[in-house]
Design a binder for this molecule. Structure first.
Ligand code: CDP
Ligand code: MG
Length: 697
């Protein structure tokens, strides 16, 4: 089997970025607009890597240039004939036949669950229908998307259909990017953004309708939003809540909203060839071919969009002497449990939703599964008797190529963020919050522990002044804490630059193949003195700023112009937020220790200690990791004894990215509740660092 491992994908993404940067360098924006098919494919993979890993900002799709393109697209399409074509196209969508019925149902019910095949027109049409029916006279129609790219591309599409410029009547808001105006009546946004907006607008008074789209994806933000909306509708009888979902989850969502009606949009725009149905055909054909030579074999497909009647078939008891084959997507991996399965055939792949930023369309990418998934799949057999699993891949791929599926770190971080938002909304009793599916108490406690350690909560679990300030920043709590702490070290100017540069992701530098040595030299210039990656990022930004944000400077230093523009944009917003939380902009560029201490104030839970073999052991959840080769500290000898890192990337090995050396005594000075002197003693004492956890909150 030819496998595309995550590292290959990551490699592709790197190549893509290099190639893109180079093309941009050579040809300007044109390269972006006329990307080849092949490039689209790579960018697709690239998306996958990011969607799959962390709440990254994807610079290739969320920067100013892309907006220009979107605007150009929407302007281009506003010529009369084009918009007429679009209007005709709208009428061919399956949802069109149900327009009036749907509007009637919205009128009659406060909450409605909407189900329909992908492509039937839910996302693009429902908000338009509501606008046409006059709902936007009472307030905006807001439609949430689990992904940023979807919010942007759908807004672009709908603005074309409505013949308006994007950002006017139809807009979108995603983190750090508000493409809406006073005129905006239809607003697409990420679920995370709506959650943040609730902090400043708890009753969502500016909205008449909230459509929670793709609710079946059940992102953390969507889940929390559903909980908050369920409460809010009690106070705002005029607010309409629409929830769009895949078939399988509709009932659960409906039950959660006190049995809200389910509106089904029948029909399919194009015939769907899902592999499952094809397999079923092939199997049935073979069975017929064998005539009466084998005992009866029942084939049952199961996938999210399958009509409910057919879904229940898999649970029906199998008559004596008959065998049943369940053909399933990964839905059967965890969401469903079918008793009596004896054999599992696991091809080792999964279809992962991914977005192609060039076309703005969603596609499913076939990707290798993780070891955890493989084990989960194997575990579906033998539940009620002995079973066997046939894996269609080698033991070697299983052991060496598959990822562990180590996501809890991410989940914990995200949960901390959400907990901070809920706390700032005054929701203190998280254990009794009406979650559709409550997170584990353990993960809630971990989030509370982290927020307590960062000083955002006091020992009673109440929001502190630090926490209140942190909640204003749309960042991971550790980054927010770093910013809030910079006040004390009088270096907020430097720290917001570092935060902005970190938020851009790992796409600051590029390395064209033919000039790799030059590119590496240019990059290492910023690392002189082994100052660490954070300070290097600061130097990059400051040098660029000194050169009046020049493009030429970027080309000369092998730095991506678009990433820098994005960093500048984020930095401007962080500067505004600093003012909002009344932190003075102070610069202390020559006191590197002060800057490093501010970084440590946010990232002390991400510290790691050098081991004898040259690797590092993280202290929070002891894990061996190496410094990522892209780090300025990767080659430095002697290796720093203690480091603080921005993130831990787990592929086949653990790597710490964006690393800075720290003095262990700072840990005790900055986080005495978290580290004790004995934890940071010299390795000669052979002690493994012990983290003192405070479990009071
Ligand atoms: O939400 P649902 O999957 O039901 O459909 P939709 O996203 O509203 O898409 C309806 C149709 O709009 C699609 O079949 C595409 O033809 C078109 N569309 C598009 O051209 N560009 C987008 N970004 C989104 C949708
Ligand atoms: Mg949709």
């Amino acid at each position: 089997l030819k496998r595309c491992s995550r590292e290959n994908l990551a490699e592709n993404s790197k190549l893509f970025k290099e190639q893109e940067a180079w093309e941009e360098h050579q040809m300007g924006k044109a390269a972006l607009k006329y990307g080849s098919e092949n490039k689209n494919q790579i960018s697709n993979n690239y998306q996958f890597v990011f969607e799959d890993q962390i709440d990254f900002i994807d610079p290739s799709v969320i920067d100013g240039d892309k907006f220009d393109l979107l605007e150009m697209e929407s302007e281009k399409k506003t010529s009369k004939s084009a918009s007429e074509i679009l209007q005709d196209e709208r009428k061919t969508l399956p949802i069109y036949a149900y327009r009036d019925e749907l509007l009637q149902a919205v009128e009659n019910h406060q909450v409605l669950v909407i189900i329909g095949e992908t492509g039937s027109g839910k996302t693009t049409q429902v908000p338009q229908y509501l606008h046409e029916a006059g709902y936007t006279k009472r307030g905006k129609v807001g439609c949430t998307q689990p992904r940023r790219v979807a919010a942007m591309s759908v807004a672009a599409r709908v603005s074309q259909e409505m013949g308006v410029k994007i950002g006017r009547e139809v807009g979108y808001s995603i983190r750090f990017e508000d493409c809406t105006s006073e005129k905006t009546v239809v607003e697409y946004m990420t679920d995370g953004i709506l959650l943040r907006n609730i902090i400043s607008e708890p009753n969502l008074t500016s909205y008449s309708v909230i459509m929670v789209d793709e609710a079946h994806e059940r992102t953390m933000s969507t889940d929390i939003l559903l909980g908050l909306l369920k409460d809010l509708i009690k106070y705002r009888s005029d607010l309409k809540v629409l929830i769009s979902s895949a078939t399988l989850d509709a009932e659960k969502l409906s039950n959660y909203f006190d049995f809200a009606p389910i509106f089904k949009i029948p029909g399919r725009r194009y015939p769907v060839e899902e592999e499952i149905e094809t397999t079923k055909e092939i199997l049935n054909h073979r069975i017929r071919g064998l005539g009466g030579k084998i005992p009866e074999l029942i084939t049952c497909p199961i996938y999210a969009n399958l009509p409910t009647e057919l879904q229940t078939k898999i649970f029906e008891p199998t008559p004596e002497g008959v065998r049943k084959v369940v053909l399933a997507t990964n839905i059967a991996e965890t969401s469903l449990t079918i008793d009596g399965i004896k054999y599992v055939v696991d091809p080792g792949f999964v279809k992962v939703k991914s977005y192609n930023p060039s076309t703005g369309m969603e596609s499913l990418l076939i990707s290798p599964i993780s070891r955890a998934s493989a084990n989960q799949r194997a575990g579906r057999s033998g539940r009620t008797g002995p079973g066997k699993c046939f894996r269609l891949y080698t033991l070697d791929s299983y052991q060496k190529e598959m990822d562990d599926n180590t996501v809890p770190e991410i989940q914990r971080t995200n949960l901390a963020n959400v907990v901070l938002i809920l706390k700032s909304l005054g929701i203190d009793d998280l254990v009794n919050f009406d979650f559709i599916d409550p997170p584990s108490t353990e993960s809630l406690i971990k989030a509370l522990e982290l927020l307590f350690a960062l000083g955002a909560l006091n020992k009673f679990g109440e929001l502190t002044k630090v926490g209140r300030r942190m909640a204003e920043f749309p960042l991971d709590p550790m980054l927010s804490k770093m910013i809030v702490a910079s006040d004390k070290y009088r270096c907020s100017d430097e720290i917001i630059t570092i935060a902005a540069m970190l938020s851009v992701g790992n796409s600051i530098f590029y390395r064209p193949k033919e000039t790799q040595v030059h590119a590496d030299n240019a990059r290492m210039n910023f690392h002189l003195g082994n100052v660490g990656d954070h300070i290097a990022l600061l130097r990059v930004y400051n040098s660029w700023r000194e050169c009046d944000y020049s493009k030429q400077w970027c080309y000369d230093n092998y730095v991506q112009v678009r990433s820098m523009k994005r960093a500048r944009n984020i930095r401007d917003q962080l500067e505004r937020l600093l003012k909002k939380v009344e932190i003075e902009i102070a610069s202390n560029v020559n006191d590197l220790n002060a800057i490093k201490k501010a970084i440590t104030s946010g990232f002390f839970p991400h510290s790691a200690r050098l081991q004898k073999d040259g690797s590092y052991l993280t202290v929070k959840h002891p894990q061996t990791a190496r410094i990522h080769p892209s780090s300025g500290l990767a080659q430095v000898l002697p290796r720093p004894r203690w480091v603080v890192y921005n993130e831990l990337v787990l592929t086949t090995k653990g790597y710490t990215r964006q690393v800075t050396e720290l003095k262990p005594e700072w840990l005790v000075e900055i986080a005495p509740h978290y580290y004790q002197l004995k934890d940071v003693e010299d390795p000669a004492s052979k002690k493994i660092p012990q983290v003192s956890r405070n479990s009071k909150c």
